[in-house]
Design a protein around this ligand. Structure first.
Ligand SMILES: C[S@@+](CC[C@H](N)C(=O)[O-])C[C@H]1O[C@@H](n2cnc3c(N)ncnc32)[C@H](O)[C@@H]1O
Length: 312
């Protein structure tokens, strides 16, 4: 958990706490400090009011208009700086991947046949490396792309990077061009973990169109990202809001906080958003988790969204 007062994209590592999601339910408020994490937590009135007052504060104090353009001009530069500073801290062993996205590991089974998986916004390769490590499938190939060239270097410099089974390259998810390395309509699975939130809302339609063009019919998007009113949103200070629910962290990286309704419209009825893509929504769930700092008696309300969208 990020304890700094200035927000940073390293906060995504808080998702490491989400191991056996759904298993621990808080039934008695008096026991809240007995464990580190509780699932499916209903928010009390105090937390709801806090959320509303923070959102109002943000809306009343956006990033000054004359400072906004820099965050739209070269967003990858901020991520390059981020990876230059955080290279070692960022690689995490994601135990929950297998629990939440078993489809990935089915593609890695010995008899799964030819499978092509693409990790978009791969950062340090937090999906690609564990997947390949566990793969028994000689015919699994994993692509990994990020628009930060520093992130791609981090992946390529990893001693486990194996060019016979994987390929990492620079690509912008919101680009009008598909990556040269991947044939259109050839992918079985695309993984986006805390990536879509980094796009500006006006880039969503192009990004979804790209996913649709890259996937095979029946191919799957595996999605995990920030939910509306997550702790990371509510703790923003003044002058960090670019647009409603879209913020600039202290390190200059951007982050949007979604609702399931927005994802439903974006992926399920993408045509209306200016993209011809339409996906069957197989999962669109909220992971509301209360993390507890037992020694400091702090309660942290996390809200993450998880989706599985199948190309029709
Ligand atoms: C919060 S990090 C998550 C990294 C990784 N998916 C993980 O879960 O560890 C977001 C990543 O998305 C990348 N990113 C942001 N916008 C992107 C875009 N338009 N195209 C490709 N990658 C992007 C950033 O460079 C960063 O590596």
């Amino acid at each position: 958990m990020d304890k700094k007062t200035t927000s940073s994209a390293i906060d995504v590592n808080a998702v490491e706490d989400s191991t056996a999601f759904g298993s621990r339910l808080l039934k008695d408020q008096d026991t809240v400090f007995n464990h580190n994490a509780w699932d499916h937590v209903e928010w009390d009135q105090e937390q709801e009011q806090y959320a509303q007052s923070q959102i109002e504060k943000h809306l009343n104090s956006p990033v000054p208009a004359e400072e906004q353009d820099q965050y739209y001009d070269k967003p990858a530069d901020y991520w390059n700086t981020f990876y230059t500073k955080n290279e070692n801290r960022f690689f995490k062993d994601r135990h929950w991947l297998k629990l939440e996205f078993p489809e990935l590991f089915e593609a890695a089974a010995a008899d799964a046949g030819q499978k092509r998986v693409f990790e978009v916004g791969c950062g340090a390769g937090n999906t690609m490396f564990p997947l390949l490590e566990q793969s028994q499938n000689p015919d699994l190939f994993v692509y990994a792309a990020d628009f930060s060239s520093t992130a791609v270097q981090v992946v390529q410099n990893n001693p486990d990077y194996d060019t016979t089974r994987s390929q990492a390259f620079v690509w912008d998810l919101a680009s009008p061009d598909l990556p040269e390395a991947i044939a259109p309509g050839s992918l079985d699975i695309i993984v986006m973990i805390f990536v879509f939130s980094a796009l500006a809302p006006e880039q969503w339609a192009q990004a979804i169109k790209n996913l649709d063009r890259l996937l095979k019919p029946g191919g799957l998007v595996l999605f995990r990202d920030y939910g509306r009113h997550d702790l990371a949103q509510l703790r923003f200070k003044e002058k960090r809001l670019l647009k409603e629910n879209f913020y600039i962290r202290g390190d200059g990286t951007r982050v949007y906080f979604f609702t399931t309704q927005e994802l439903e419209i974006l992926f399920g009825q993408a045509t209306e958003q200016g993209s011809s893509a339409v996906f069957k929504i197989e999962q669109n769930a909220v992971d509301r988790r209360l993390l507890v700092n037992r020694s400091r008696k702090l309660k942290m309300y996390r809200v993450w969204l998880q989706g599985k969208f199948r190309k029709l």
